[in-house]
Design a protein around this ligand. Structure first.
Ligand code: FES
Ligand SMILES: [Fe+2]
Length: 435
């Protein structure tokens, strides 16, 4: 199987027809190792936002599956992604999360690399045989690197499909989220990072479309803030809300504000930015944003995003990565974004809202993390693993996409079923079957 497309038969872990998914794939280290090989080494993986690297020499350390990678901007503006493991004895060459560097000097024996990864000196050059070729001993480069509306993606598969094809129809929905003003979005601060005792797919599934958890998992913050709860109008909003899934395994859920709220509730975006949206988006995409309360979704495999209204013209805008660490652990990275053209005051508000709700100590975040860890713990024993997880609420709807949906992708109503989650698992299963 090439890295171009996943296979079509099943691994036995995902039974779409019966709405069942094996617990093993949420706890097993063996499955996790196979995922690294069959998914993370073959698909496009998000690395960084371009605005994290504004100056020559700026770098960030990230991971693609298990492989540590440093993403760096060179003197001519080019962005490189390099395997962060020394060609001498494998030491991590760049030890910082982020910073600015002219060269990367390995802390073990001093091999020194340019930002492009080229080996400059070993510090013991005089002892090397004459035939030693410096140009063949640079840091390994991620062979494919592409930019999409400020997002930098990399792939270890030289023959991976172009990023635009990989994203496919989801572009239509995340385009207005990632770039809706002429200058686009910027990252407002370094990402929050924390460990969660759960499999990475738990996060990816939660964001692709898990409206069912909101009123139970997050009942605490919703009860404490009745204004927010009233605005949310979850019970009635389901009527005009929907989920979208695409052939590439990506998906998102759009929840619209219920009718009958105070007028200011419908002022979802700052007024001064609206003319910029009209310059950038078409009429349909403007309609997509109108009265939108939450858009939340996942780009297969492990990049998610959420934009939620937290008050009149007040937003929390987040991109999120679920970095696999083992079968039962992930590292979460969470970035807050805002339009580059926005006022500093608005950016400060979005940053505060973003981390207040979805940072390491976010009021919504901790609700989820505790439950994800508890589900993982309670599932990770031989008896529990006999009983697959239920995705049954997808079944009455999964073969009935909205016939008159005028926008790309397959849309499903209502928004509070598990269709997008089961479609994500179907796609995961196809990749896992490839070899
Ligand atoms: S391991 Fe990097 S210089 Fe030896
Ligand atoms: Fe949640």
């Amino acid at each position: 199987m090439s890295s171009q497309s996943p296979a079509s038969s099943s691994t036995g872990w995902v039974d779409v027809k019966r709405g069942l998914v094996s617990r093993d794939i949420f706890v097993s280290d063996d499955v996790w190792r196979l995922e690294m090989e069959r998914i993370f080494d073959r698909t496009w993986i998000f690395l960084a936002h371009e605005t994290e690297l504004p100056q020559p020499g700026d770098f960030v350390s990230r991971n693609m599956g298990q492989a540590p990678v440093v993403v760096v901007r060179d003197g001519d503006g080019t962005i490189h992604a390099l395997l962060n493991s020394c060609r001498h004895r494998g030491s991590r060459v760049c030890r910082a999360d982020s910073g600015n560097a002219r060269h990367f000097v390995c802390p073990y024996h001093g091999w020194t690399y340019e930002r492009s990864g080229r080996l400059v000196t070993t510090t013991f050059d005089k002892h090397f045989p004459k035939e030693f070729d410096f140009s063949e001993h640079g840091l390994a480069r991620v062979p494919r690197l592409e930019l999409y509306k400020g997002l930098i993606f990399g792939s270890w598969a030289p023959d991976v499909v172009p990023l635009a094809d990989y994203l496919g129809d989801i572009d239509w929905y995340i385009g207005p989220f990632l770039s809706r003003s002429p200058k686009g979005m910027e990252v407002l601060a370094p990402p929050h990072r924390w460990r969660a005792k759960a499999n990475w797919k738990v996060g990816a599934l939660n964001f692709v479309g898990d409206s069912q958890h909101i009123l139970t998992t997050h009942v605490g913050p919703l009860t404490l803030d009745p204004v927010r709860a009233a605005r949310a109008g979850f019970a009635t909003a389901a009527e005009n809300s929907f989920q979208v899934v695409t052939d590439q395994g990506h998906g998102c859920t759009l929840t619209y504000l219920a009718p009958g709220l105070p007028d200011d509730a419908y002022q979802t975006h700052p007024r001064d930015l609206e003319p910029l949206y009209r310059q950038t988006l078409n009429a349909d995409q403007l309609q997509l944003l109108t009265r939108l309360r939450v858009i939340v979704g996942t780009i297969f495999p492990n990049l998610s995003f959420i934009e939620t209204q937290v008050g009149p013209a007040q937003k929390a805008i987040i991109i999120r990565q679920w970095q696999p660490v083992s079968g039962t652990e992930m590292e979460v990275l969470s970035w807050v974004l805002a339009e580059k053209e926005a006022s500093q005051e608005y950016k400060d508000t979005v940053l505060r809202n973003g981390f207040h709700n979805f940072g390491a100590a976010g009021v919504f975040e901790q609700d989820d993390m505790e439950l994800w860890a508890s589900a993982t713990h309670a599932s990770n024993n031989p008896i529990s693993r006999r009983f697959p997880y239920s995705f049954h609420t997808a079944l009455p709807y999964i073969n009935k996409p909205e016939k008159d949906h005028k926008w790309p992708g397959r849309a499903f109503k209502p928004a509070d079923t598990e269709v997008a989650q089961l479609e994500f698992m179907r796609h995961w299963d196809r990749w896992m079957q490839s070899n």
